[in-house]
Design a protein around this ligand. Structure first.
Ligand code: PLP
Length: 405
């Protein structure tokens, strides 16, 4: 018998945003042809430059950053994070409970590894940012998906959440503002989630990496500001708002009800110590990011570049027969519904591959976001308006003839 060199722990772990569809796009590129990649929320390649002061601070401190730092991160950055969440009125903050990581991604995996025993369950939104589901599986847990309701601006279905709680449930994940749907949750919706967490003694994990990418003055509340008797883990980072995804810098804040949290914090400390520390130079950008001018607002304002692209994408998609999408309130994406009967679609990944081959446009199928039906895809609206116009016209052309019943 031949040895196998892939761990069983990876069974059920997948991250299709960079999966087989991207491999197919690379094959097209290797033949010398261009592919417009609308699959990844990576602002820099689309001409969204990082704020100068962040880059300057990182460069300025580069010689101070040659050694490892504290496993939790450099102190001035953690103070800046502390002050940021103090202003947002998050309860029971403590600098010791703020950890900096190599992006939110690393911290998501760490929080699940530190919490879950085999068979423990986590409530995760459907659709989700699929790293959450993958991290739960990798940690031996079971991802239990609660539905978000497209007919109610993609709000979390709290009744569905409650129905899916069992004695094995350990926590609830919220992604707010949401990737892929663009939803932003109201205070009432958040309070309903808190009620469930309180009643069933669950930790709330709130991924707020798009916190400042909001349009139309949509209000936003960090869920951890709404209660002090539930444990919260709040995530944020530099990748999106500050357009430096390549710096791999994010953080998490554990707050709220901390009685009994010692074990959990101990586990997180073990895991963060094992990888010694996060990338040090870029941590010097955190203080200027959080304290400086929030240039993201120039991009999300009514006439701002991101907002214009969002509106164009929304309008042009809804103008294509057989497609529809809600107006995203935040983040960088449209999660688009496909009329599967009209196009005779039963496999959304195949649909995405067919589009890629015919039009050299790369999107991501909805089931990659753990959406249960093959009737959605996600589009990243980061390219300039002219590029988006061209891409969406090509999509319209493609669908005009695609497998019409
Ligand atoms: N969380 C969400 C909801 C995301 O969309 C992303 C990236 O797309 C991440 C986390 C990962 O962020 P980071 O670059 O900080 O690892």
């Amino acid at each position: 018998m031949k040895n196998t060199f892939k761990s069983d722990k990876l069974k059920g772990v997948c991250y299709d945003i960079r999966g087989p569809v991207l491999a197919a796009a690379k094959r097209i590129e290797e033949q010398g042809q261009k592919v417009l990649k609308l699959n990844i929320g990576n602002p820099a390649p689309f001409g969204f430059d990082a704020p100068d002061d962040i880059v300057r601070d990182v460069v300025h401190h580069i010689t101070d950053a040659e050694g490892y730092c504290d496993s939790k991160g450099i102190y001035p950055a953690r103070v800046a994070i502390y002050q940021y969440y103090q202003k947002r009125k998050i309860k029971n903050l403590n600098i010791d409970n703020i950890l900096i990581g190599n992006g939110v991604s690393e911290l998501i995996v760490m929080t699940m590894q530190a919490l879950l025993n085999d068979g423990d369950e986590m409530l995760i939104p459907a659709p989700d940012y699929p790293l959450w589901t993958a991290a739960v599986h990798l940690s031996g847990g079971k991802a239990v998906h609660y539905l978000c309701d497209e007919n109610n601006d993609w709000a979390p279905d709290v009744a569905d959440m409650e129905n899916k709680i069992t004695e094995n449930t350990r926590g609830i994940v919220l992604i707010n503002p949401n990737n892929p749907t663009g939803a932003i949750y109201t205070k009432q919706q958040l309070l309903a989630v808190i009620d469930l967490a309180r009643k069933h003694d669950l930790i709330v994990f709130s991924d707020e990496i798009y916190e400042l990418i909001r349009y139309d003055d949509t209000p936003f509340t960090s869920i951890a500001a709404l209660a002090d008797d539930v444990m919260f883990v709040t995530f944020n980072g530099l990748s999106k708002t500050y357009r430096v995804a390549g710096y791999r810098t994010g953080w998490m804040v554990i707050s709220g009800a901390l009685e009994g949290a010692d074990d959990y914090l101990d586990g997180l400390n073990i895991l963060s110590s094992m990888r010694l520390c996060a990338n040090v130079p870029t941590q010097y950008g955190i203080q200027s990011a959080l304290g400086g001018k929030q240039s993201i607002y120039d991009l999300t304002a009514a006439e701002g570049r991101l907002n214009q692209q969002r509106q164009l994408a929304h309008e042009m998609i809804n103008d294509i027969p057989g497609l529809s999408t809600t107006l995203p309130k935040g983040a960088l994406y449209c999660f688009v519904k496909i009329d599967t009967e009209r196009f005779n679609i039963t496999d959304d990944e195949q649909f995405i591959l067919d589009l890629l081959i015919a039009k050299h446009i790369l999107l991501v199928h909805g089931t990659a976001f753990n959406w249960p039906e093959p009737n959605h895809f996600r589009l990243v609206y980061l390219p300039q308006v002219t590029v988006l116009e061209d891409a969406l016209s090509r999509l319209k052309d493609f669908l005009r003839d695609y497998r019409q019943n």
